[in-house]
Ligand binder design. Structure first.
Ligand code: PRP
Length: 205
């Protein structure tokens, strides 16, 4: 059985299409609602639908052999997995954003609200700016609007969320897109099959 972890949410449909388009469709996946596991016994496939930020964990610990995850998640959680292919969808970027007209006060640490603490600390370390990280679980755009933080570090896709909250990008950190990833030992044991999936996806891009 090949276990495949796919992200729920905005990347979910495209991630599934990558597999369906190369002949790995699974009955029932198209009209799924709250079901989280789909098995195709005949083909030996099991799809698991998990939160985007959890895909890498499922793959790292071998609960899934392969999966699709954003590079943003890989950068944040640094999982011990193989990154096999850039699938070139789900494009977004990590950025620092602040209220329009904001100026940095260098006399004190910068207060940064984010759900991406690792990326945030690595970035500000690289530019030599001392920070205080305020770890939130979502809606980080609110933090600078109400004075909880000076700036945010978050992913920006269309830019709509920033615009609607009157925030602007003040620094670009790194681009991101969806990646095909594999568990390291699964890749050793199923190399032929996983390489075939990788090649077919590359050809289908
Ligand atoms: C992400 C991110 C931003 C938004 C950016 O949140 O945290 O809020 O997308 O996208 P945009 O530039 O197209 O507006 P998401 O919708 O994934 O939900 P989350 O808050 O649960 O992470």
């Amino acid at each position: 059985m090949l276990n495949i972890a796919l992200p729920t949410g905005r990347m979910g449909e495209k991630a599934y299409r990558c597999f369906a388009d190369i002949g790995y469709a699974c009955p029932g996946m198209e009209n799924q609602n709250r079901k989280l596991v789909f098995v195709d016994e005949k083909r030996g496939l099991r799809y698991m639908l998990v939160k985007p930020k959890d895909v890498a964990m499922y793959v790292e610990y071998g609960a899934a052999d392969i999966g699709v995850v954003g590079r943003d998640v890989i950068m944040e959680s640094q999982p011990d997995i193989y990154e096999l292919l850039d699938l070139e969808f789900g494009k977004c970027r990590f950025a620092v954003a602040a209220p329009e007209g904001w100026h940095d006060d260098l006399s004190r640490p910068l207060r940064v609200a984010t759900t991406y603490c690792h990326v945030t600390s690595e970035y500000f370390l690289s530019v030599g700016r001392q920070i205080e990280t305020i770890m939130l679980h979502g809606s980080v755009e609110l933090a600078p609007l109400i004075g909880l933080s000076d700036v945010i570090v978050d992913i920006v896709e269309s830019g709509t969320t920033l615009r609607e909250n009157k925030l602007v990008v003040v620094a670009e950190i790194a681009p991101s897109s969806a990646r095909l990833i594999a568990n390291k030992s699964s890749y050793q044991f199923n190399r032929e099959l996983i390489d075939e999936i990788r090649s077919k996806m590359e050809a289908a891009k």
